[in-house]
Design a protein around this ligand. Sequence first.
Ligand code: CP
Ligand code: NVA
Length: 301
Amino acid sequence: MTHFLDIHTTSPDDLRAIIDNAAAMKSARAGLPKGTPDVDQPLANHMVALIFEKPSTRTRISFDVGVRQMGGETMVLSGKDMQLGHGETIADTARVLSRYVDLIMIRTFEEQTLLEMAEYASVPVINGLTDRTHPCQIMADILTFEEHNGPIKGKKVVWSGDGNNVFASFAHAAKQFEFDLVFTGPETLQPEPALDGLYTTVRDPDAAVAGADLVVTDTWVSMHDPQSARERRHNQLRGYQVNTALMNKAKPDALFMHCLPAHRDDEATSEVMDGPNSVIWDEAENRLHAQKAVMRHCLGR
Ligand code: CP
Ligand code: NVA
């Protein structure tokens, strides 16, 4: 059984196959109405559970549409409406769900919940974001980069801001896809030590971004961060805003990405988000194509 739990637990060959498959599937349905079924219907007769313990727009809708395009059926479940939210163990939930559905996608808080779900499920489990990682997002980001600027191998990617869960998946991807990753952000919001060795730190944002092929940022306050930390985080991160002055330090054809949702004019200015180097809408669209390829990988179809 093949789960998709993280970038670093998936082999470089499998990751490459997923990206290439996503690109091929995307081009095969270019210009078609969104509900047009894919010709080969690889998920025909398959049931997919999409479990959310946190809010979501992109992940929820892109998985739902992707499954339907491939001929399967989805059920979108809120963790708090399930017995999961009322004391039934993850292990028991996983065993039961496996009798009803062919694939489980879960967005949750603690990574341990995801890992337990995968351990006790007898169907594949996909990570739709935890407090620690967001691998599906980074698959979409690699697809997006390569569509615009060619192979990511050997390129310079700069993350400006909070060393959070999305950064962690970028760090895992830097090793698997062989690109250089630079973190620029305050020492207090440095990525977790488990990621040491996967990236370099340059504290000054202007110096960090020099020669970048891709500049990435994310919200300054993630869903798992306490709202009480908001003001402190804003004060710590203000100097790492991605604005036109910072983008001008990167290569002229450098791309700008943000997984969204964004807080405009906090972590990135609207001028950058809506500017000529921004690929944020392609990035959001590519969640759909990348995840369809991830699901096919998990189901061996
Ligand atoms: N980028 C992302 O995962 O967005 P949602 O939280 O809307 O799913
Ligand atoms: N870092 C953000 C990503 C949202 C898609 C969060 O975890 O809230």
